[in-house]
Design a protein around this ligand. Structure first.
Ligand SMILES: [Zn+2]
Length: 417
């Protein structure tokens, strides 16, 4: 057996074992704390809501474990099992150009993987979300969404993939610099076009009506010196009862989007505080920092791929007999998560640090008390557990656990008083 095969199998086993161990910790921790609402929330969340959140978390955790097992089997089948070789052999038999063969083989593998992941996605939406009262999706809507996604992948993804393969085939040693620069330019373009061209394919965006809420938000924006291209309500309730608020776009193209479900469950003062938190992410330069970090990571990834694609052991070690640039790109996309999963706690750490900074910003420019009551409502309505396992949340959570986050906000209130 090739040494790289051994390394791959060890990394795959380790990453799976860590994920499984974390998931079990989380389930056990949530179950142990299921009987009682944590002290800090006793007047705010009922025992019924607390237990609903626990059951929902545990069921999603179980499905996540099954997804993990399926993922390992699919990855092994595609690599050492010969799935990738099979896809290339099939398309090679048509004697298309190498570029076209590469695009077709990669697209085929991703299509097969998406189809294999579909049952779990259907179960999540129509069984788990349904059971806890979150699902508003109909089968027709669900199919329509997937067809639009497929059409977008064909219209945008395939040409981009072809361009990347062309760089690999035709530019020489430093193709990866060109590929990286193109991908970065493309993602900047997409973040400009997404709010106006792509998001409306999935949802309806209605400008926020004039009135008390709009006045309030406008005051907050001018207090923080922030320009945006409008405030919109999105019909998130078309698919799910979960609520959220977000910003999209960059530069002068920024839009504020509230899910209709959020506007329904929070009052105006709480919405203002939640928005102030989101503004904090912009004002503390988190968006730019994340963008820079991901562009550096992409550059490093491309450089590594540039080296790997010239190593015969990279192909043979992963079950591909016939090296090609397209096979290298595909193997890299499928296999690199096995190695990078161990970096997850680092990015989660920075994300949580940013969340505290955004909460501080909200406390300074809006009202910490309103943010706390708003957050508690959101935890309750989204059935997010108030008692996650500390190790699991350190690994997976982009937001600080509820109790820690609220204690931090309360300390800000006392500091101000
Ligand atoms: Zn945030």
């Amino acid at each position: 057996m090739n040494t790289f095969t051994v390394i791959f199998l060890i990394a795959l086993t380790a990453s799976f074992a860590v994920q499984f161990w974390l998931s079990n910790r989380q389930k056990k921790y949530v179950l142990t704390h299921r009987a009682e609402v944590p002290e800090a929330f006793q007047n705010k969340v009922s025992l019924t809501d607390h237990q609903k959140a626990a059951d929902y978390t545990i069921e999603k955790g179980r499905l996540g474990e099954i997804d993990g097992i399926i993922g390992v089997i699919v990855l092994l089948a595609m690599t050492l099992g010969g799935g990738i070789s099979l896809a290339f052999d099939f398309w090679n038999s048509f004697a298309f150009s190498p570029l076209l063969t590469g695009v077709a083989a990669i697209a085929t593998v991703f299509l097969v993987i998406s189809l294999l992941e579909l049952p779990s996605s259907i179960y999540q939406t129509f069984v788990i979300e349904e059971k806890y009262g979150f699902n508003k999706n109909t089968p027709l809507q669900y199919i329509k969404d997937h067809l639009i996604q497929l059409a977008l992948a064909i219209a945008i993804g395939l040409p981009l993939l072809a361009l990347m393969l062309w760089f690999m085939d035709s530019i020489g040693t430093f193709w990866w610099l060109w590929a990286w620069a193109t991908l970065m330019a493309f993602s900047l373009l997409m973040s400009r076009l997404f709010p106006t061209l792509i998001a409306p394919l999935f949802n309806k965006f209605t400008p926020l009506e004039d009135g008390a809420l709009k006045d309030r938000i406008q005051q907050l924006l001018s207090r923080c010196g922030f320009n945006s291209q409008g405030i919109f309500i999105m019909d998130g309730s078309r698919r799910s009862g979960h609520g959220n608020a977000y910003f999209t776009g960059l530069g002068n193209n920024k839009r504020i989007v509230f899910f209709d479900t959020l506007v329904e469950s929070l009052d105006d003062a709480e919405l203002e505080a939640v928005l102030a938190h989101e503004l904090g992410h912009f004002k503390c330069k988190h968006v730019i920092k994340m963008l820079l970090a991901s562009s550096v990571m992409t550059l490093i990834s491309f450089a590594i791929l540039g080296w790997l694609m010239n190593q015969p052991w990279f192909y043979s070690g992963l079950g591909v007999a016939e090296p090609s640039h397209a096979a290298a790109l595909l193997l890299f996309l499928l296999v690199s998560p096995v190695f990078t999963v161990f970096m997850q706690p680092i990015s989660a750490y920075f994300q949580r640090k940013f969340e505290f900074e955004a909460d501080d910003f909200a406390a300074n420019h809006s009202d910490a008390t309103q943010l706390i009551t708003g957050l508690v409502k959101l935890y309750k309505e989204n059935a997010s557990t108030l008692t996650p396992d500390p190790v699991y949340s350190a690994f997976h959570y982009s937001h600080p656990p509820a109790a820690i986050r609220i204690a931090h906000l309360e300390s800000r209130m006392h500091a101000q008083a």
